[in-house]
Design a protein around this ligand. Structure first.
Ligand code: MLT
Length: 398
């Protein structure tokens, strides 16, 4: 009889977005005539851009001919893509060596799988509220999690507390779900704290393309000294609409070397390389070619046009919330809008209320942590028409 990983008993029965989907389909089955508008999961609605589609077609044709056909690719990803990503970092003010970039199939997979590199006895510092994958994957391993509060008082941007010891620190900026974004000075404090603690920051930059304020950092590597204490995860899901196409990248600097208990020096870069080449066989060639197209001047301009479209949706949502005197964060440097549930409702109660009275789906704040239990998240990734219709229904209801 196998011994099971009993830590799974410490998880909620289902993953947040699976639970939302379950409740929505149950409602849909009972009310097949009602038109449900989904502003819950942060899934894009704009199709892939012209440049990306062209690159995909071209790569598909290459795969049809023996001279250009490619089988297994290099384990870290193709040079053409890693060089393009490194150049993109440079343009945004961060110096990232292509050799430290690993191509993968999603920031969700990598932020989850990175736990493989760390012992079970590490203390993990996680903001509350935040993207649930960090908590769930550490619970699966049985690690001790220490939460740091993100509240309206600190603009949902918890700062380091020198009296709290941590080995691993998750930061997500622009934040999912609050949309709050750390300033350069704040990230400098995090880097200083991590170095003091000899901790590693696991920095999720999946929403960096939404940063419109040029003073705000888009990468932890814009901060001096970050290469000695940080790993960064980024993805094309939100930047370029790759949620169904799957491509992401993770930067692990070679400076991240820590002593093992037997005195050996272990490099996180080398360990991830070992893990990646053992448990993963790479993002498909055609997808990497499509991703390369995102980083061309024209390709990025097309993606920015889509992001601008989503920004307009954020404005539609924000305008109604303002009109109703509901305070909110996000929506400017982020596709998410985060607000306190009206009428003192708790977030799952508000979820059901909004679904049954307006047929609008959002994400209950409780799914992101204890501090979210009276909050709600709406995404700007919908279509204009449905976002406007959802907010018309919302306006009528309150
Ligand atoms: C979200 O809605 O929080 C995200 O879409 C989830 C994800 O990117 O995995």
């Amino acid at each position: 009889m196998p011994l099971l990983n009993e830590n799974y008993q410490n998880l909620e029965e289902s993953y947040l977005f699976a639970e939302i989907a379950r409740r929505v389909s149950k409602y849909e089955e009972a009310h097949p005539d009602q038109k449900i508008i989904r502003l819950g999961i942060g899934d894009v609605t704009k199709p892939l851009t012209k440049k990306v589609i062209e690159a995909l077609h071209k790569a598909v044709e290459e795969q049809a001919v023996s001279e250009t056909f490619r089988g297994y690719g290099p384990e870290k990803g193709y040079d053409f893509l890693r060089n393009a990503i490194s150049a993109y970092y440079k343009k945004n003010g961060a110096d990232v060596d292509p050799d430290t970039i690993f191509i993968s199939d999603g920031a969700k997979s990598d932020t989850g799988n990175i736990t493989d590199l760390f012992g079970k006895d590490n203390v993990v510092l996680v903001p509350d509220p935040v993207y649930p994958v960090y908590v769930d994957t550490n619970l699966m391993d049985g690690r001790k999690i220490v939460y740091m509060n993100g509240t309206a008082e600190n603009d949902f941007l918890p700062m380091p507390d020198p009296s709290v010891k941590a080995d691993l620190i998750y930061l997500c900026s622009p934040n999912n779900p609050t949309g709050a974004c750390y300033s350069k000075e704040q990230l400098e404090k995090w880097v200083a704290y991590a170095k003091e603690m000899q901790a590693v920051i696991l920095f999720d930059a999946a929403y960096e393309a939404f940063v419109s304020d040029p003073a705000l950092p888009r990468s932890i590597f814009e901060i001096e000294g970050a290469k000695e204490c940080a790993i960064e995860f980024c993805s094309l899901s939100k930047t370029a609409g790759f949620t169904g196409t799957r491509c992401s990248y993770t930067v692990i600097p070679k400076e991240l070397v820590f002593p093992a208990s037997n005195g050996a020096e272990l490099s996180l870069h080398a360990m991830w390389n070992r893990r990646h080449s053992t448990k993963f066989n790479g993002t498909p060639y055609i997808v990497q070619r499509a991703a390369e197209a995102v980083f061309t001047e024209e390709g990025m301009a097309e993606c920015m046009e889509n992001i601008e479209y989503y920004r307009q949706n954020a404005k539609i949502i924000a305008d109604v919330l303002r009109k109703k005197n509901i305070s909110f964060t996000g929506g400017v440097n982020s596709p998410y809008i985060w607000f306190e549930c009206p009428n003192g409702m708790e977030s799952w109660e508000f979820f059901d209320y909004l679904l049954t009275h307006a047929q609008v789906v959002g994400t209950p704040g409780a799914g992101f942590g204890e501090n979210g239990k009276n909050y709600f998240r709406l995404t700007a990734f919908g279509q204009h028409e449905s976002t406007a219709e959802a907010m018309r229904r919302f306006e009528e209801l309150f």
